[in-house]
Design a protein around this ligand. Structure first.
Ligand SMILES: *Cc1c(COP(=O)(O)O)cnc(C)c1O
Length: 349
């Protein structure tokens, strides 16, 4: 049977045998009553990692983002974020439908970052013509930005400015651990800057399900209520939380392997004549742009024929995401995926 390398997303990871064993051994209880010991211990572990007061386990990163924003927003308010961010593009219009608020989107850079001038011009206060700016939201790493990373030193002045204007600071940290591994920044520094942080366990960390919202105790009490309202209260979900605790203990430092792998894949793609450009590869995402639109479909097909699955990311872009099911440890350069990749690219003529 041909080996399949699924690089469409790091959400395709499946739990390892060790993770499954940890899940099956979990002690559980009713989490709507906050009586699931495995969930309680995961929430405490994550909050403590980031130096925050409390955390809430939820089914998805969309939910932790929407609840995090929902805590800070009232109808008629505004969230400021980059136009490519997940909270604005990929959450089903949730800012409007869940909070009755809207987004003010920044043009920023191609890789999902923005600067002080743009932020200053975006903040609306007190004039009754405008929506009220209530939240500044970051994404780290940036998904559509090709996995680029903010350092905490880049974030701080922007967050400080927004805080002085009375805004709350939210982080969509679906891939925050990738950013931490790439920058060497401390998780605890994030707790000092952000009011709410969403982290995903189901991306590079390799859990089947789950995200966490981190914040103050009083914000997490509000979050608990919003989670119930959205139908996100799960009962004996400690089996899932046990996977999360296992991942926080065992799957964080190995993310460097994914980053090395993404860079090596990018280097191979970069040599091909169809490739116009590749976004700088900082973490586990490689996004390449082809020269002609028709090449996207043809390249995806040629890759698929060799067992390499990637995803179109716009008419002339293809995204490859590395994760632990591709390469758990060791030397990435001798990995069989490179043979498959070379064969596929030879057929792109
Ligand atoms: C995957 C992702 C999320 C959350 O997605 P869910 O599928 O709802 O867990 C949020 N933000 C970013 C940037 C993501 O990549």
């Amino acid at each position: 049977m041909k080996q399949i390398f699924d690089l469409r997303s790091d959400t395709f990871t499946k739990p390892t045998p060790e993770m499954k064993a940890a899940m099956m051994a979990a002690e559980v209880g009713d989490d709507v009553f906050a009586e699931d010991p495995s969930i309680n211990s995961l929430q405490e572990k994550a909050a403590e990692m980031f130096g925050m007061e409390a955390a809430l386990f939820c089914p998805s990163g969309t939910m932790t983002n929407q609840i995090g924003l929902g805590i800070h927003l009232s109808p008629g308010d505004e969230v400021i974020c980059h136009h490519d961010y997940h909270i604005y593009r990929y959450e089903g219009g949730g800012i409007a439908s869940n909070s009755g608020a809207q987004a003010f989107v920044l043009q920023g850079t191609e890789t999902g970052k923005f600067g002080m001038e743009e932020l200053k011009n975006a903040i609306h206060l007190s004039d009754s013509h405008y929506p009220v700016s209530k939240v500044l939201s970051f994404e780290n790493s940036t998904n559509r930005g090709g996995g680029d990373v903010w350092t905490i030193e880049e974030i701080k002045p922007l967050a400080d400015y927004a805080k002085i204007q009375g805004l709350k600071i939210h982080l969509d940290g679906a891939r925050l651990f990738n950013a931490l591994v790439a920058t060497g920044d401390e998780a605890k520094e994030y707790g000092k800057v952000f009011d709410t942080i969403s982290i995903c366990l189901s991306k590079g960390l390799g859990c089947p399900v789950g995200s966490l919202l981190l914040g103050t105790k009083s914000d997490i009490v509000k979050a608990h209520r919003l989670r119930k309202r959205m139908g996100g209260g799960m009962r004996q979900a400690g089996f899932l939380a046990a996977a999360g605790s296992f991942a926080l203990d065992n799957h964080v430092s190995r993310l460097q392997v994914d980053h090395n792998m993404a860079k090596a894949i990018g280097a191979v793609l970069d040599k091909h004549v169809w490739i116009e450009s590749i976004k700088p590869i900082k973490t586990n995402i490689a996004i390449c742009n082809v020269k002609e639109e028709h090449q996207t479909e043809k390249m995806l097909k040629a890759l698929e024929n060799e067992g390499v699955l990637a995803m179109a990311f716009g008419p002339k872009s293809i995204r490859f995401v590395t994760h632990h099911d591709i390469c758990f440890e060791g030397d990435v350069l001798t990995h069989p995926i490179f043979d498959a990749l070379q064969k596929a690219l030879k057929n792109c003529i």
